[in-house]
Design a protein around this ligand. Structure first.
Ligand SMILES: NC(=O)c1ccc[n+]([C@@H]2O[C@H](COP(=O)([O-])OP(=O)(O)OC[C@H]3O[C@@H](n4cnc5c(N)ncnc54)[C@H](OP(=O)(O)O)[C@@H]3O)[C@@H](O)[C@H]2O)c1
Length: 303
């Protein structure tokens, strides 16, 4: 199939291009950069130089390429993670997902594209008992910034899933780990753990859902064929912060993480950091397993 990938050079884009080429698709990878265009071409994709905020270009290039499927993995997130950098990136990130993705979807709909697959979020679900599934609402009552970003994901999903011109698929990814992500031996979260800047707060009972970047990429290849709708793409092991963080610290050769009481954290750390440490909810991946035999690998650092 002719597949156009936006976000082709990012953390998920790179293994995704490999996976789509391996499956025998004709792949068009979008980028703003000459250098990254060369990387895409070396992988066997057709590199397309474009800024997705330029609507006219998006329309004319989509009409030229005539893809059957469009994959939107657009983000604008900091390569070097800190809570402050994330906060700063939020506006740019929202813009590219809403406006850049909106341009691309409109162009896709106009040009008879059959399916639009979009990146969404699988770790901001409303609190509740047991694992969240795809019918659970997002965390609209979380901290102001997590609630705002949850509303943006919900808005993008509505745009994609409720379109009557295209089959929409939203992949709700857990936290990426593995090569090229923050949660890798050379990633930024490893650095923060080594510097003892990533504490366990209170009981550390926030439940995190991870997904290896290659499994996330493979799920996109599978989403080319699955029933339209939203899918949680997380691994089989939702895990509390107090369990995974010490294991990750050992894996990256860092000292054990510090403990901070909730009271102390409220004085010194951001509401989002406290939310992640204490309020995140575990997520079920049953739908993706049932619908397209999604089979995430086991953690290599949490046995
Ligand atoms: N679920 C998760 O845990 C999650 C999700 C996403 C990202 N992250 C993390 O965030 C970090 C950074 O991720 P990343 O490398 O994917 O992000 P990134 O550097 O923000 O790259 C995102 C992709 O979007 C493209 N893009 C952005 N703005 C564009 C525009 N105006 N026009 C065309 N293309 C545009 C970029 O293309 P060009 O720059 O080549 O033009 C790139 O391919 C990684 O550590 C990753 O693990 C985590």
């Amino acid at each position: 199939m002719r597949i156009l990938v936006a976000g082709a050079t990012g953390a998920i884009g790179q293994p995704l291009i490999d996976s789509l080429i391996f499956d025998g698709h004709e792949v068009f990878g979008l980028t703003r950069s000459d250098e990254r265009a060369e990387v895409l071409a070396a992988k066997g994709a057709k590199a397309v130089r474009i800024d997705l905020l330029n609507k006219e270009d998006v329309f004319s290039r989509t009409a030229e390429i005539k893809p059957e499927i469009v994959v939107d993995m657009l983000t604008s997130l900091p390569k070097e993670y800190t809570p402050e950098a994330m906060e700063k990136a939020a506006v740019k990130d929202a813009k590219i997902r809403r406006e850049g993705g909106g341009n691309l979807q409109e162009a896709a709909e106009k040009n008879g594209v059959r399916r639009y697959v979009v990146q969404s979020c699988g770790f901001w679900y409303a609190p509740g008992v047991g694992l969240a599934d795809e019918n659970t609402p997002f965390a609209f009552d979380a901290t102001p910034s997590i609630a705002a970003r949850s509303r943006i994901y919900a808005e993008i999903e509505r745009r994609v899933l409720q379109s009557d011109k295209i089959e929409g698929v939203a992949l709700r990814f857990g936290f990426f780990y593995g090569p090229g992500t923050w949660f890798h031996i050379d990633g930024d979260e490893a650095k923060r753990v080594k510097e003892k800047k990533f504490p366990i707060i209170g009981e550390g009972d926030g439940v995190w859902n991870f997904i290896h970047i290659k499994d996330a990429a493979k799920s996109v290849s599978q989403a080319v064929y699955c029933s339209p709708g939203a899918y949680n793409i997380v691994n089989n092991r939702p895990v509390q912060l107090r369990e995974w963080l010490p294991a990750f610290a050992r894996y990256v050769g860092a000292p054990p993480p510090p403990y901070v009481s909730l009271e102390e954290a409220e004085k010194t750390l951001s509401p989002d950091t406290i939310y992640y440490a204490t309020k995140l909810r575990g997520v079920s991946n049953n739908k993706a397993k049932r619908e397209f035999n999604f089979e995430p690998r086991s953690f290599d650092w949490l046995l």
